[in-house]
Design a protein. Structure first.
Ligand code: AMP
Length: 329
C-alpha cells in the first residue's frame, strides 16, 4: 500500500478552505492508503508562538481533525515534536542544502517580505525540515496545495542528492499528490479568491450556528445582473463556487438559472447556503467540543501516533547513520 504523509501547521482553527481543500480528502484517503498525519509544531516556531499558543493550537487541530473523521486507528496522527529522530535527519539534510538554493525558494522570499524583522534561520531551512518529515517515512505521496510545490521539489532534490553523495539508492523521491482532478479552491466570504486565516474571510468549522449564518448573509455581492446571461463578476462567481460546495451542483445550477434570467435574489441563495453550511457543520462542531474537552483521549491519540511514527523514524535514522558512517547507538 502506498504511503501518504501530510502535515499541518497549528496556527489557528480549521476553516472551510482547509476542510474542502484538504481534510475531507484525507478522510477518504485513510481507507485507500497507508496514511500518517502530523501537526507541524516545530515548523510553527518560525513565527515565535508562546508555549500557551503551542499547547492550545496543537489540541485544537487534533480535536478538529478527529471531528472531521480522521480515525487514528486507520491513520496515526502525531505531533512533529514527539518524533525527535526528525531533528537528526533535518541536521543531515541541512549539511547538503546550499544557501543560494534556499534563498531562492519563493515562500522564503515571501516571508522575508512579510516579516522583515524576523528572518530567522528556521525560515531559510524550512524546506529541509519539511523534507525530513517526508523522507523519514519514505512517503510515496504527499498531498500538497500549489503553494507547497516548490518545497516538494526541494524534498525530491535532497533525496536525490543524498543518494548521489553516498552512492546509494536509499531515499525515494516523493510525489506531490493532487487528490482532486481539479484542485479545489475555496473562495473567501469577502468575495476574494481564497479563504485564508490571514485574510479574515473564513468560515471556521467551530463557528456557532448564528455566526455561520451572519457571516454568509454578509458575504460580499453586487447589485445583481443588469443583462440576461451576463458573465459573472469575480465576487459573484466566488459566491456560486461556495454555493456549489455547500449546497451541491443542483442548487448552484438552480441559482445560476435565476441569475441568467436576472431573477436572482442573493438573500435567498445565501439563506440556503447558511442552512446547508449549518447542516454540514453542526455534527462536526459538536464533535470538536467533545474531543477538545477530553484530554485523556487526545493524549492517547498523540501517544499512539508518536509510537507509530517513532518506530518508522528510528529504523530510517539507524540506516541513515550507517550510510553516513556513524556508529550504531
Ligand atoms: P493553511 O492553513 O493555509 O496552511 O492550509 C493548509 C492546507 O489547507 C493547504 O495546503 C490546502 O491544502 C488547504 N487550504 C487552505 N485554504 C484553502 C482554500 N481556500 N481552498 C482550498 N484549499 C485550502
Amino acid at each position: 500500500m502506498e504511503r501518504v504523509i501530510s502535515g499541518i501547521r497549528p496556527t489557528g482553527n480549521l476553516h472551510l478552505g482547509n476542510y474542502f481543500g484538504a481534510v475531507k480528502s484525507f478522510v477518504k484517503m485513510q481507507d485507500e492508503y497507508d496514511c500518517m498525519f502530523f501537526i507541524a509544531d516545530w515548523h510553527s516556531l518560525t513565527t515565535h508562538p508562546t508555549p500557551e499558543n503551542i499547547r492550545n493550537s496543537v489540541k485544537t487541530i487534533l480535536s478538529e481533525y478527529l471531528a472531521c473523521g480522521i480515525d487514528p486507528d486507520k491513520a496515526p496522527i502525531y505531533v512533529q515534536s514527539d518524533v525527535k529522530q526528525v531533528l537528526e535527519l533535518y541536521l543531515y539534510l541541512n549539511m547538503n542544502a546550499y544557501l543560494g538554493e534556499l534563498e531562492r525558494v519563493t515562500s522564503f522570499k515571501e516571508k522575508v517580505r512579510k516579516q522583515p524583522d524576523n528572518v530567522n534561520a528556521g525560515l531559510l531551512t524550512y524546506p529541509c525540515l519539511m523534507a525530513a518529515d517526508i523522507l523519514m517515512h519514505k512517503a510515496d505521496k504527499v498531498p500538497v496545495g500549489k503553494d507547497q510545490e516548490q518545497n516538494m521539489e526541494m524534498a525530491r532534490l535532497f533525496a536525490r542528492r543524498f543518494n548521489r553523495i553516498y552512492n546509494v539508492e536509499y531515499f525515494k523521491e516523493p510525489a506531490s499528490f493532487h487528490f482532486a482532478d481539479k484542485a479545489v479552491k475555496v473562495p473567501g466570504l469577502d468575495g476574494s479568491g481564497k479563504m485564508g486565516k490571514s485574510e479574515g474571510n473564513c468560515l471556521y468549522l467551530c463557528d456557532d450556528e448564528k455566526t455561520v449564518t451572519k457571516k454568509i448573509m454578509r458575504a460580499v455581492t453586487d447589485q445583481g445582473p443588469t443583462q440576461l446571461n451576463q458573465e459573472k463578476p469575480e465576487v459573484i462567481q466566488n459566491l456560486f463556487t461556495l454555493c456549489e460546495l455547500l449546497c451541491g451542483k443542483e442548487a448552484a445550477d438552480y441559482y445560476n438559472d435565476l441569475y441568467n434570467r436576472m431573477e436572482i435574489r442573493y438573500g435567498d441563495m445565501k439563506k440556503q447556503m447558511a442552512a446547508d453550511a449549518n447542516k454540514l457543520l453542526a455534527p462536526i462542531r459538536e464533535k470538536i467540543t467533545a474531543y477538545a474537552s477530553d484530554d485523556a483521549l487526545l493524549e492517547r491519540v498523540m501517544r499512539q501516533g508518536a509510537e507509530a511514527a517513532s518506530a518508522r523514524a528510528e529504523k530510517t535514522i539507524e540506516e541513515v547513520r550507517e550510510i553516513i558512517g556513524f556508529r550504531k547507538i
